[in-house]
Design a protein around this ligand. Structure first.
Ligand SMILES: [Ca+2]
Ligand SMILES: [Ca+2]
Length: 302
């Protein structure tokens, strides 16, 4: 942990130095060569500082979820093709310093993707099923089938414990309510829904081209952010700012109604950025790198 802190300190200060010297072409070039993935953003002051990367022991990690109660991270490993019922998917436990605690904590699933936590339950999508896991017991309690679903992807949960699930293939949003898994919303406006985020009385939906906001009561759909490109992970930063990834290796920040700004580009290095997690009180961004088989840790620096 101490080494991580020192590395983090050096990197964060390196980024600050980059910003201070932003007008100096020579300094800018030198820093860009040292860390080509981290980009300076001239209009938005937010940047990402690399902290650490886990061992490459994951198997197609699609998402990361922070469990605040237990101060632990869960990683969903597809292991194989994203829509194949091969029985080899698993959920890992990872600590906040990036050390793998239990690689195959939960097994007997196929291709797990998005995750959500409510009370002491962890919910995970698995192709056409929603899997409910007891966190204290470390075991699957039940599975809910979504009839005709093809590619269940992300999850988020509102303050009442309603679990929302996107089906990227069919464009539908499902809900688990009172132990009943059923269709919640279908609309031509929802194209390729992936990342979900519950914020106040709205469900935010990352689609192929924009982020939508749907009122949980009226189901009225508004556009929150245009021209996003394809959205995988979607997180609220605070101060009207949102972070989102595109799976291929880019992470962006944008305000509601604003333009996206590139924060990170690892696409050229063939390192994916799948369904990200953002821990607000630590300003920590966690990126599952999919085919790169790791989780990367970054700090969001103002
Ligand atoms: Ca699998
Ligand atoms: Ca996803």
């Amino acid at each position: 942990m101490k080494i991580l802190k020192i590395v983090s300190f050096i990197l964060i200060n390196g980024i600050i130095a980059l910003n201070i010297n932003a007008c100096s072409e020579t300094n800018n070039q030198t820093n860009t060569e040292k860390n080509p993935a981290v980009l300076d953003s001239s209009e938005n002051s937010d940047t990402l500082a690399f902290i650490t990367e886990t061992a490459a022991e994951f198997k197609t990690p699609e998402s990361v979820k922070y469990d605040k109660t237990n101060n632990i991270l869960y990683v969903a490993n597809i292991n194989g093709k994203p829509s194949e019922k091969d029985g080899n998917g698993f959920i890992s436990k990872l600590n906040i310093d990036g050390e793998i605690i239990d690689l195959k904590w939960i097994t007997e699933i196929d291709a797990p993707k998005g995750m959500g936590i409510f009370a002491d339950k962890l919910y995970v999508t698995d192709i056409d099923e929603l899997v409910e896991i007891s966190i204290p017991e470390g075991k699957i309690i039940q599975k809910f089938l979504a009839k005709d679903a093809e590619f269940l992807n992300d999850i988020d949960i509102d303050k009442n414990g309603n679990v929302y699930v996107s089906d990227m293939a069919t464009g539908k949003i499902w809900i688990l309510q009172n132990n009943n898994f059923k269709l919640w919303l279908q609309s031509d406006e929802i194209v390729g829904p992936n990342g979900l985020y519950c914020k106040n009385d709205n469900l935010l939906i990352g689609t192929k081209t924009k982020i939508l906001s749907v009122n949980l009561i009226s189901k009225k759909i508004n556009t929150l952010i245009e021209n996003t490109g394809s959205v995988d992970g979607l997180e609220f930063v605070g101060d009207n700012n949102y972070l989102f990834s595109d799976w291929s290796g880019h992470v962006y920040i944008a305000k509601a109604g604003g333009e996206k700004k590139l924060l990170l580009n690892t696409a050229d290095q063939k390192i994916n950025a799948a369904d990200i997690e953002f821990i607000r009180d630590k300003q920590l961004l966690l990126i599952p790198t999919f085919y790169h088989q790791t989780v990367s840790f970054y700090k969001l620096v103002k």
